[in-house]
Each structure stands twice: as C-alpha cells, then as structure tokens.
Design a protein around this ligand. Structure first.
Ligand code: BES
Ligand code: ZN
Length: 892
C-alpha cells in the first residue's frame, strides 16, 4: 500500500492525511524588524502512526530550505533525507517523499526556512507604531484560522495538538512575548535569545509571538496567576480597566468551569494593526487597540462595554477553544458561539447595572436577520478548503450560536447547564470535541433529548416564525421557516416554546415538534384570570385586557406572528407597561422583520411603534432608534412624498427621551443612559431633526476651540461629527477639514475611528468620493478603512462606482485579511432596486473568490429584499392616512 503512494493523491484534499502526527515543536524564530523578514528552524517530534513513504504538512509563503530537511527515526537514529520535496501552492502543503516506508513510532523532522514579515495582518506580520516621533515596526503573529503555516511548516489543523517550545532571537531592548513565560534569557550584544517554557498540548492556530516596545501594567489572580496588559510606551494606564476585568474574569471562569486557568501567566497586548477585534492565543491574547484600551477621560461608555465584552470573550476561549478545541472548523461555532455567550455571563456578573442580557438581544437580532436570508448557512458547515474558513466567522457562528446556547440553557435550567459544561470541559480537556460530544454530555446530565432538539438548530440553516391563532378553547400554532425574501422554506425545528398569559406568574413551556399543533389553554387562563373566558375577555377591550406573550424574555431563537386579536392584546400590555423590556423589544423586532418580509404593512408597524411613545427603558429605546433609522431610510426610496411626515413621527417618538436625557451628562446617571444619549442624538441627526443638528454643530465648534470642553464628551461626539458632515459640501469644506485635523492630531484609536465613521455621512457625492479616496491613503491604517464605508444615501452611487474603479487594489489589499466582506456589505447592500442587483451581479460574475462568495450573495439578496420592500410600501394604500394621523396626533 504505502509503496503505491504518490504526491498526486495528497492534492486537493480538505484535510491532511493522518499517518503522522506531531507531538512537540521546537521552534526557533529570528525576526529582522527593519528588513521585515524572519528566519526560522523547526524540529518537530512526531509519531508515524501508519505505514507511509510520505510526510505531508502545511506550509505557505515560506522559503523552505530543501537541503535542511531531514527525518530521524528515534529507534534507528538513521537520518533520512527526502527524495522528493513538493510544495503545492493551492493546497498550502509541503509533501516530503522518502525512498522507503518510514518506520512506525517516534521520529524528528527538521526544517529550516525564511519568510517575510508581511503587511497583511496574518501569519507573521509587521505592525507599525510611533516611538519618540519615529515610525517603528513590531512583529506579531495572527494564526487563526489557518495561517500558522505562513510562519513555520506545521500540521496546521486544530485536531493536531502538540506542545511548543519556542525560542526567539530578538534585539535586546525589545519586549518579546509568547504563549508561555520565559525560562531562559541570554544576552549576546545587541541581540538576546529568549527560551519559553514548554506549553501544554495545544493547536497551532493558538501559537503566538509578539516582539516590540511596550509598557505594561500587572496584577495577580487570587491563585497567583500573573496577568499583564501591554500597551504602547506611555499608555499603560489605559490598560488598567482591561486588567481588572481579566483578573476577575479568570477567577469567575475557574468557578464556572470547575477547572483553573491552565497556564502560569496571561498577557494581553494592544496591537496597532489588527485584522479582527481580538485573538485568544493561549496565554497571549492580542487585541486591536480599541478593544483593549480604556481611558476614563477619553473613552465612551460604549467603548468601556466593548473592552469588557472583548476581554471576557477571549478569556472564555482559554477554556472553550484552547483547552477543549473544536475537532474541525465545521464546529467553529463551539468556539465562537460559546465564547460570545460566556462573555455576557461574565459581564453580567461584573457589571449587573449594564442589563447586559437585555443588550444581548442586539446579537440575537443580528443572528436572526442574517439567518433569514436564503444565502445563510447552517451553524455546522462543511469546510473543504482553508480559504473557506474565514467567512464563517460571521453572525451565524457568533450570534446565532450564542443565542441557541441561551435558548438551551433557559430550557434546561442554569444549574444543570453549568454542571454539564463543567463535565464537558473536564472530559475533553487537552483534546478536541465535536458539536455532538457536547450534546451527549448535556443529554446525560439533563435526561432531555438535547441532541435531537439542538441538531434541528445546528444542522439546518434558518429558523421558524410561529404563527399563533386563537381558537375557541385555546391556541393553534403553525411553524414555518422565516425568510425575509417572503418565500417559505421547508425547514422544521424542535422549538422550545414558552408563553405567559396575562401575567408572568402564569407560564407554560413545551417542545413544539410538528408543523401544526393546538394547545388547550383554558386551565392556564383559569389560573390567570379567575373563571373568565378568553373569548369574552379579549373582546372587551377594556382597561384590564387579556394578553398572551410567547417566547418569554426572548430567550428563543424564533419569531412570532400573532393574529390580530392577540396582537391587540399585546399592544395593550405594552401600553399598560405589563411586559419585561426584553419582551417589548421582541414584539417590536418581530414586527419589524415581518414588515421587511412584506408579511405586515408599514402602516401597522408604525402604529405599533406608536404604542412605544412612553417607552422609558434605555435598552428598548435602543431598538426603537435602530428601527426608526431603517424606516427613515427605506421610505426615502419608497415614498419620498411621505418621507418627511414619517420622519416627523419618528422624531416625536425619539425626541421625548432625547429631551429627557439632554446633551449633558448628569451626575450619577447610569451607564445605559450615557450610551443611549449618544445613540439617540446620532439617530435624530441622521433622521434630520433640525434642532438636534443645530445644537450638534454649535457644540462641535466650541469643542474645536477647546478640546477639553465638557460640552462634547466622547459619548455624544459622534452625533456632532455627523451633523457637521451634513453641513459640508464641495463649496463649504471647513467642517470636513476640521474633522480631518482632529483625525490627524489625535493618538486615540477610538477618536480616529469616530472621525472615520462620520466622514462619509456627507450628502455631497464629491466629498464622499474624497473621503473614500482618503480611506485608501497611507493616512488610514488598513484595519480602519472599513469604518468609513457607511456612506450617505446621496453618496451611494458614487461609492459603488468607486468600488468598481478601485476593485483590483481593494481586493488585493483587503481580501487576505478578510476585511473585503465589509467593503462589499457596506457598499452593495444599501441599494433597493432589482436593476441594481443585476448590474452588481454582472460586475462580480468574473471577480468572485471563495473568501467572500457568500457575503456577496447575501449582499445581493439584501438589495432584492429592499426592492421588494419598496414595492410593498408603495402598495400600502393605508400608509398615507396612517402617517398623517400619527404625525399629527400630538405632533410638534
Ligand atoms: N477567534 C476570534 C478572532 C478571529 C476572528 C480570528 C476571525 C480569525 C478570524 C476572536 O475570539 C473573536 O471572536 N474576536 C471578536 C471579538 C469578540 C468580542 C466578538 C472579533 O474579532 O470581532
Ligand atoms: Zn472568539
């Protein structure tokens, strides 16, 4: 058998062959920061597990020194040199063919190689920072998903776990970090050699190295684990908040998982050029600056929350992902969905006043929105090539993943769920697991049919909308796949349904397993309402109206459509303030989604919104704000003649709370109030409320003359920046130039991002074009360009033309860091006509690549959904009357 092997059979395979597996890597790396190059040597102790003449491992973008390759079997100690060395570029593999079948058992493979410190924010790359006014390079690794192979030849798949002994040779004055602590340091003139302690067994994508100049702050957990946050020199103060969160979180997770943090130290580092938000490398977590640094004076409340969520997310991975690792990328959601869910669990415990589980509904909403596209994908998705992995780091793996975990936890109960997770972590520690392994543990602990229940959510894409109709003695349910394009898919789910009648004290939960079902609820109603009859009660329409709310607390990943009568009951419950904030959000979000899918009219959505006039809860208002902006946007395309009046109504809706909150922070006010203030003002500016716009501009000019003014703190600054850009035109550029000056002068990454995300709100297409070109200039880091792509309606044609004209450069620069999806999503999706969708489809026909194919299809689907929605709004004959009534009810 082994004699018949040939190089050809290893080509075009999704996974590496399993006849040899690495046990330990001794890895030496010597980066040259000024030449942007590195040299390396790997000694890989491996087990030959099956007869083979070949060793097949991954390598990409490396110059492998062929003469250096040797393999020595431990027993015979005979050194073999490969006869055949083939680097297959498309598959990123290195195939070593020997002249004989390798003896089973242990051996050592030696390889030397060199490479470039690239500019693509993946593999072993360089990031640029300033020190004493001079530009300097640092060397950083980013290996997830499949880029360790760009730094050293390795078995670059999560299931090939091994230990790592890393040695770095670097300039003596620099800080050099890796996953484990340094055990030996030898200084040799200008260079030093650092040897790091051997790691526990781990996957290659979690290996990390950082070399540069840093300051740090340090603290210890109660167990004596040393935690450090490394920042640019002079900025270590900004690491204190993250440090504090990290120390508390390690302790919390130790309790939750009943397993201590597995490594002797944890370092967290802010990297100036970073493709994603953060990366959970074992013991050396790397972050984009704005995801780690927080400054009491210069950062907004939403940044603070983002830092906390990012840190708690990455630390959850130290258990979920690093200690227990997914067997293959198909199970990526086990990493990302769980870390996302855990991050809220931790944030809720550290910052109970943030109502973070209510805010979690933002994530659930994103998951529901993406998963309602025909071009969505199942949570468990087949991966056939490394270049398909990046695009599954999406809202399905993260938000849907986290949401179905929340759904399951709420079905099984928090205690049983925690017990099961702890036992899962213990069972699979230092090993790999698949989705079904987790279900098996949960099933054992709970006695519930977890595998069947959950497979219906992870193996098929989409989710149901449950239609609920009142029948004489109860209710009738029908589940049907919810798709925003209005079609009905044929998915079917096991849905953990919950409902309450007239009060949260009267609840029921059960599994809906079929397409149709009926439920007698007379007993429930009896307990909720004395001997009252549902029919009578609900038709009375008096002060104590009867209501039923499904999906209590919105812990389920599905939507609900009520018949008219049940919907009227809920409207009463909203107005009479009988419902939790989460449920008020759910009703509104479901209704909005049904409207986009043309299953409900815009007039009825507006009329539902009217029930929220007295809404006081910040989290609910947050959803009203986003939905209002989307409505304002679509009606400008659909019924421009009604747009102004619709906006008047939306403004009434938002203005009451905006006035209550005002522009100025109040002593002792809540975190949520501060965040909402910024969002509300930004929305009023975007929708076009003159008073807010004028005040925003007034405050901006005061701020411009006095950067320390208390009139424009970071939380409200974005509203002002957008308002200023709305005043800018080609003949009146001063606001734009002032913002560019702020951008150039600041060294805060949050501020830079804030400016970038405001610039393209300008209504003048010529300025929009200038802004877009600015994004491509050397003044904007590649990681930040994507923030500038949210272009005004008036600028969207220009942006599309610009994308086409610069496509070659843009795809070359951003494709490899997977940021290209943002370019496509932001610029393609806002359109709302079938013709545009066709034009775009045609442009991309010859330009699509696997790394963004799905994003592109999703964006085009969105354009078609918008087009259909526009038509349906035009056909909504009651709209005009409804709008007039709402806008003038107690209008302004
Ligand atoms: N493992 C990811 C980082 C990552 C993303 C690597 C995409 C490779 C490709 C990390 O744990 C993560 O999820 N980061 C998030 C932040 C988090 C708070 C949701 C990110 O980068 O957005
Ligand atoms: Zn993650």
């Amino acid at each position: 058998m082994a004699e018949e092997q040939s190089v050809e059979q290893f080509k075009g395979q999704p996974r590496l062959p399993e006849f040899a597996a690495p046990r330990r890597y001794d890895l030496f790396l010597k980066p040259d920061l000024s030449a942007c190059a590195f040299a390396g040597a790997a000694e890989i102790a491996l087990d030959v597990l099956a007869a083979t003449r070949f060793l097949v491992l991954n390598a990409a973008d490396l110059a492998v020194d062929h003469a250096s390759i040797s393999f020595k079997n431990q027993e015979s100690s005979q050194e073999l040199r490969p006869l055949e060395i083939v680097e297959v570029q498309e598959d990123e593999i290195l195939v070593l063919g020997f002249d004989r079948v390798l003896p089973l058992g242990k051996g050592i493979l030696r390889i030397r190689f060199t490479g470039t410190l690239n500019d693509q924010m993946k593999g072993f790359y360089r990031s640029v920072y300033e020190y004493n006014g001079e530009k300097r390079n640092m060397a950083v690794t980013q290996f997830e998903a499949a880029d360790a192979r760009r730094c050293f030849p390795c078995w670059d798949e999560p299931a090939f776990k091994a230990t790592f002994r890393i040695t770095l040779k670097v300039p003596s004055e620099l800080v050099a970090l890796s996953n484990m602590p340094v055990i030996e340091e030898k200084i040799d003139g200008l260079l030093k050699t650092l040897s790091f302690q051997e790691s526990p067994i781990m996957s290659t994508y979690l290996v990390a190295v950082v070399v540069g100049l840093f300051d740090f702050v340090e603290a210890f957990t109660p167990d004596g684990i040393r935690v450090r946050v490394y920042c640019q020199v002079g900025k270590s103060n900004q690491g204190k908040f993250a440090l504090d969160v990290a120390v508390k979180t390690l302790d919390l997770y130790k309790g939750y998982f009943a397993v201590p943090y597995p490594l002797p130290k944890l370092d967290m580092v802010a990297i100036p050029d970073f493709a994603s938000g953060a990366m959970e490398n074992y013991g050396l977590v790397t972050y984009r600056e704005k995801s780690l640094l927080y400054d009491e004076r210069y950062s907004s409340a939403s940044s603070k929350q983002w830092v906390a969520i990012t840190v708690t997310h990455e630390l959850a991975h130290q258990w979920f992902g690093n200690l227990v690792t997914m067997e293959w990328w198909t199970h990526l959601w086990l990493n990302e969905g769980f870390a996302s869910w855990m991050s809220y669990l931790a944030a809720d415990s550290l910052f109970p006043e943030w109502n973070i589980w209510t805010q979690f509904l933002d994530d659930t909403t994103s998951g529901l929105v993406l998963d309602a596209l025909s071009e969505s994908h199942p949570i468990e998705v087949e991966i056939n090539h490394a270049n398909e992995i990046d695009q599954i780091f999406d809202s399905i793996s993260y938000d849907k993943g986290a949401s179905i975990i929340r759904m399951l936890q709420s079905y099984l109960g928090a205690e049983c769920f925690q017990r099961s997770l702890a036992s899962y972590i213990k069972r699979y520690a230092y090993s790999n697991a698949k989705t079904e392994d987790l279900w098996a543990v949960l099933e054992e602990e709970s006695g519930e049919p977890v595998k069947d229940l959950m497979s219906s959510w992870t193996k098929q894409k989409g989710y149901p909308v449950i239609y609920i109709r009142r029948k004489e003695h109860g209710l009738e349910f029908e589940q049907s796949q919810f798709l925003t394009d209005g079609s009905s898919g044929n998915g079917q789910w096991i849905v953990p349904l919950t409902l309450c009648c007239g009060s949260y004290n009267t609840q029921k939960k059960f599994l809906l397993k079929t397409k149709f079902e009926e439920l007698d609820i007379m007993d429930l109603i009896g307990s909720a309402n004395g001997k009252a009859n549902l029919l009578e009660k609900s038709s009375q329409g008096n002060s104590e109206r009867f209501w039923i709310k499904f999906n209590i607390d919105q812990t389920g990943f599905y939507r609900v459509k009520y018949d008219d009568e049940l919907a009227a009951g809920l409207r009463y419950a909203i107005e009479a303030n009988k419902l939790y904030a989460t449920d008020r959000i759910g009703i509104l979000e479901d209704s909005y989604a049904l409207c986009v899918a043309c299953k409900q009219t815009l007039s009825s959505l507006l009329s539902l919104l009217d029930a929220y006039r007295e809404e006081f809860d910040y989290t609910v208002l947050g959803h009203i704000v986003t939905i209002s902006c989307k409505i304002a946007n679509i009606v400008t395309d659909a019924t421009p003649e009604l747009a102004d009046e619709i906006k008047v109504f939306l403004i009434i809706l938002l203005q009451i709370s905006a006035e209550k909150l005002g522009w100025d922070p109040k002593e002792g006010e809540s975190h949520l109030a501060v965040m909402l203030r910024g969002d509300l003002l930004t929305a009023l500016v975007r929708i076009g409320h003159d008073m807010t716009r004028n005040e925003a501009v007034r405050r901006f000019y005061i701020f411009l003359n006095d950067r320390n003014t208390s009139l424009l703190p970071p939380d409200t600054r974005k509203a002002a920046y957008i308002a200023v850009m709305q005043t800018v035109s080609a003949s009146n550029r001063s606001g734009y130039e002032s913002l560019l000056r702020i951008y150039r002068e600041t060294d805060e990454s949050e501020e830079r991002v804030r400016v970038l995300s405001s610039l393209s709100s300008c209504p003048d297409p010529d300025i929009v074009l200038e802004v877009l070109n600015f994004l491509l200039s050397s003044e904007v880091r590649n990681q930040d360009a994507v923030y500038g792509l949210r272009v005004s309606r008036e600028g969207r044609e220009t942006a599309w033309r610009w994308l086409k004209e610069n496509w070659d450069y843009i795809s070359k620069t951003w494709e490899s860091a997977s940021l290209i999806a943002a370019f496509i999503g932001c610029i393609v999706s806002p359109f709302s006509s079938e013709e545009k969708a066709e034009e775009m489809e045609e442009f991309f026909a010859s330009r699509t690549k696997p790394s963004f194919a799905r994003t592109l299809k999703q964006s085009l689907e969105r354009v078609r959904i918008n087009a259909r929605w526009v038509q349906s709004i035009r056909n909504d004959h009651s709209l005009e009357e409804a709008v007039k009534e709402l806008a003038h009810k107690n209008g302004i």
